[in-house]
Design a binder for this molecule. Structure first.
Ligand code: PLP
Length: 424
């Protein structure tokens, strides 16, 4: 369907959108007494209105039952986290037993490195994308140093070609082959946080495993955004945060996938705690660790129920809508946003550039060659919430759960005004 840059056309798309009603399930901040146009769900998702009830329920159980809430609350706390596994498994394409929720993302990546980065004298290299999210870089470097290895030697960065803004799968496959039996681990962000590129996770996973390496993915920007089939792709492990597209609240708990082939093993290296032991015997307070035969074996502490409650509320929404419908709308709304950007660019003869490649999810990253920071400031003042990444990039994520086509149209009008104002 050819798009049109008009309010009536955008409103027609909204009327045809089966997910439009979900917009009302979320709270939007207001600027200038108007609901904002929110493009930063790739950083922090909006608060679902139903979240408060889930949190209130825990607060109330704590008030009424105190310690008895562990076993006698309607949603008992001792196995509360298990309620998240099934819906999350559907979001990431896994079996429920391959999922656990615990800690936060970087913490989990550290824990997973204990199990999945086992360097030997020959096989010790880690393949990562260049300029990975800084926390991932710090995590990997510190892990390598922990093994008394030299990061400059052990960490291999995948480079983009000169003059290009994205990674080519062929280059990645070539690099995997070149590293061969020196390659211990491939660990990449499934969707890159900066340019929004979606990596070909299936092909890269297969290639890494054929080379004899372990393959893990940081899915912070992928979960709840793109199609994932972690089990079918035979991914070894993955982790993600829940505060971006999963809408579970600032700094909230992280999800973990561990391939079923690693479950129920007694001899896998792992940092352990009492919440990873079998439930039947946990409260016998025995000194032997008896691993649960699911990914919960990686659980260390008893989980923060007040954090899991908003995550559970959000997963209820994902269960209702399903990834398929979200992905279908996401493709359409991102295409419409791209169309609007190109229209504005033509109308005001601007020279901004969309650096996100065709393999994309919800995010378009726009390089503002000339306009720069003043456009960002103008947008924020006008109630368009975007984010700014050095040196000159704004990232736009029209999240299908709560963004409308009308938002895209209105954004285009505001952007145009901003650019025209800047060149006056
Ligand atoms: C790709 C990626 N990795 C890691 C992190 C760090 O997450 P956390 O602060 O939850 O450890 C983020 C946070 O935005 C991220 O985007």
């Amino acid at each position: 369907m050819p798009f049109e840059n008009s309010l009536s056309f955008a409103q027609k798309l909204d009327r045809e959108d089966p997910l439009y009603k979900y917009r009302d399930e979320f709270y939007f901040p207001r600027v200038n007494d108007r609901q904002v146009i929110y493009f930063t769900g790739n950083s922090l998702g909006l608060q679902p209105k139903r979240t408060r009830d889930f949190v209130d329920e825990v607060m109330n159980d704590w008030k009424e039952l105190a310690v008895e809430g562990h076993f006698y609350a309607e949603k008992p706390w001792w196995d509360y986290h298990e309620r998240l596994a099934k819906p999350l498994a559907r979001v990431v394409g896994a079996k429920p037993e391959e999922i656990t929720v615990m800690n936060t993302l970087t913490v989990n990546l550290h824990f997973l490195m204990v199990s999945f980065y086992r360097p030997t004298a020959k096989r010790f290299k880690i393949l990562v994308e260049e300029k990975a999210f800084p926390s991932d870089q710090y995590m990997i470097k510190s892990q390598v140093k922990f093994h008394d290895l030299d990061p400059d030697n052990a960490i291999v960065e995948l480079k983009k070609r000169k003059g290009e803004n994205y990674w080519r799968t062929t280059d990645i496959l070539e690099k995997i082959e070149e590293l061969g039996d020196e390659l211990a681990l491939v660990l990449i962000g499934g969707v890159n946080y900066y340019n929004g590129q979606v990596f070909d996770m299936e092909t890269i996973t297969q290639a890494g495993k054929s080379a004899g390496a372990v393959v893990g993915w940081d899915l912070a920007h992928a979960v709840g955004n793109v199609e994932l089939n972690l089990h079918e792709w035979e991914v070894d492990f993955a982790a993600w945060c829940s505060y971006k597209y999963m809408n579970s609240g600032p700094g909230n708990a992280s999800g973990v996938f561990i391939n079923e082939k690693y479950l129920g093993l007694d001899d896998i290296p792992r940092f352990e705690g009492w919440w990873g032991t079998k439930k039947e015997s946990r409260f016998l307070m025995k000194s032997e660790f008896e691993a649960i035969d699911t990914a919960d074996a990686w659980q260390v502490s008893n989980p923060p129920i007040l954090s899991l409650a908003p995550y559970l509320a959000s997963l209820e929404l994902f269960e209702e809508v399903g990834m398929e419908a979200l992905i279908e709308k996401r493709k359409k709304i991102v295409a419409y946003l791209e169309f609007i950007l190109l229209q504005v660019s033509e109308e005001v003869r601007s020279n901004f550039e969309i650096i996100t490649p065709e393999d994309r999810g919800c995010q378009l990253s726009v390089f503002l060659h000339g306009e720069g920071r003043s456009i960002f400031d103008f947008l924020m003042k006008e109630g368009v919430i975007v984010d700014w990444r050095e040196p000159n990039v704004i990232r736009l994520a029209p999240v299908p759960f709560y963004c409308s086509f009308e938002d895209m149209y209105r954004f285009g009008q505001i952007l145009k005004r901003g650019i025209e104002k800047g060149s006056e």
